[in-house]
Design a protein around this ligand. Structure first.
Ligand code: DC
Length: 222
């Protein structure tokens, strides 16, 4: 069985940056599963469908084909052949992704794609339900978190580089709202797998966090 490392945790915990670096270090591909939900959310927005309304989103699923490509500098996401890797990163797409991800049919629509990748490749896969639902047999499961304020600060710093009017309070409110929705939904809510190891990166810089993650991965993969 290929090496499967599952990293779950709330928005803004630094999962993607850390998972990408860890994957490079460990010779795995890095799979960002949030991008899949974002692509579905983006498609719903473009079609004028309310992402929170299952009845509006479900008929769209047969019209969606998502594929991933793994390049040296990270994953690219294709929605019906179009590279949407940047388009899925707007605040609107973030909100829509969280909403569509609450529909069980959307989750099962994306399940096989994720499992296939992990069955064929050594992967570091990040998301919300990787250790609990997608890859219950992953050799390493990490629950990566940080305080909401710290996570909002990190997101805000990224956003403000593109949009200088971005307000910290708005970013924090959006994070808290998304946390609540991701954790309280009935379908595959965000929660640590019982056999996961908690890594709290509050107050840790990137290299300290990466060191912590690699230590856990190294120990658990043995
Ligand atoms: O990790 P992210 O912020 O790009 O994820 C976008 C949304 O997708 C997030 O609000 C919750 C959802 N998601 C999910 O439900 N399950 C996953 N494995 C990954 C993301």
């Amino acid at each position: 069985m290929p090496l499967n490392i599952a990293i779950d945790g709330p928005a803004g915990a630094g999962k993607s940056t850390l998972a990408k670096a860890a994957a490079k270090e460990l010779g795995c591909i890095y799979v960002d599963t949030g991008a899949l939900y974002r692509a579905v959310g983006l498609f719903a927005l473009r079609r004028g469908a309310d992402p929170g309304d299952a009845a509006a989103v479900l008929p769209l699923l047969p019209l969606i084909e998502i594929s991933l490509q793994f390049a040296e500098n990270g994953q690219r996401v294709f929605l019906n052949g179009e590279d949407v890797s940047e388009a899925i990163r707007t605040p609107e797409a973030s909100d829509a992704s969280s909403k569509v991800s609450s529909h069980p049919a959307v989750r099962s629509f994306l399940l096989d794609l994720q499992r296939d990748l992990a069955a064929k490749n050594n992967v570091v896969m990040d998301g919300r339900d990787i250790g609990t639902v997608i890859l219950p047999n992953a050799q390493v499961k990490i629950f990566l978190t940080a305080s909401p304020e710290e996570r909002a600060r990190r997101r805000w710093r990224e956003l403000v580089e593109k949009d200088t009017t971005a307000r910290f309070e708005d970013v924090l409110a959006a994070i808290l709202e998304r946390d609540a929705r991701d954790s309280s939904r009935a379908a595959a809510p965000l929660k640590p797998a019982p056999d996961s190891i908690l890594l709290d990166t509050t107050g840790l810089d990137f290299s300290q966090s990466l060191e912590g993650l690699l230590k856990i991965a190294g120990k658990a993969a043995k």
